[in-house]
Unconditional design. Sequence first.
Length: 367
Amino acid sequence: MLDRDNIFIILPYFSLLFIGLVMVASSSIYVSEDIYGTPFHFASRHIIFFVIGVFATIIALSIPSNLFLTLDWVILIGSFILLVALFFPGVGTEVNGSLRWIRIGPINIQPSEVSKLALVIYISGYCVRRLSDINTSLGFFRPLVVLALFGILIMSQPDLGSTLVIGALVIAILFFAGISFLQFSLLILLMAALAAVAIYLEPYRYIRFISFTEPFENFYGPGWQLSNALIGIGRGEWFGLGLGNGLQKNLYLPEPHTDFIFAVIVEEFGLVGGLMVIFLFALLVLGIFKTSIKALELGKLFQGLLAFGAGILIAIQVVFNIGVNLGILPTKGLTLPFISYGGTSLILFMFLMGLVLRINFENKTIK
């Protein structure tokens, strides 16, 4: 039921899902026709993922949130096993030089996406169990070991974008749970240093990092993706060209239905449409943070940290994705939550929203 406490979660949540359904269909027509000979291959699969995601939301809504505190280790280990399994011959599927998917029949599972959910749950649970010694050397060090293990496996795929997301996610939850500002600052500096080393040691990353500052100087090389995204955004002007009328998705802009779907939104709905999407995300994240604060006021530390982790994960990934589309950040392969095509990402984010709605429900009914 809609009330003042959850209207800022439910309305933007379903609005973003609806935008995703429409924009995946619009942005993927040409690439779908080119690869599969039918214009709605990706759109039809996205609808299937959406339906599965609805069931995932309902399942999460039906489970008492304290059960995830009990099972956080099990969830973490399961996610870790999936990441390790990627590297076994015949298990992981390589696409465009990256080993990121496990194919089970017609479904591709992306373990790095599962790890984001697992780490939100586990780090929240860890902070509850170790709250009294989280500022000690040992209490502070333990979650960093977990983060390092996951980071190494994800970087080995290779996937620097997801590694940075989980790093920022874990650091944010630890800071919210009470680590000192000095510890927080050291972690930020360490993550920035490791990212710089990762970029410098891999020539393709270094070239991509340099080219994003002047994409049009490398238009037919590393700057191709960003240049076409910026052209599309520029063409949209204030109100866009209209739904379905964008041109850059016509095999000019790579991944128009996944990583660069925001550029298609702005081309077809203009600056106003792009700002509306950003406003909906801001509204959603603020609503989730409000749920987190309410849980903490009721003495529900795990639920408060879990809701905060969900909100900060959505916020981080939105900033990364839109930042890449606008040329503010170097190109990284990260989806726009609830909107981009991608089965694992959509289903897990919808499951995460189910957890948030469950916590919201428990805030009102379970004292």
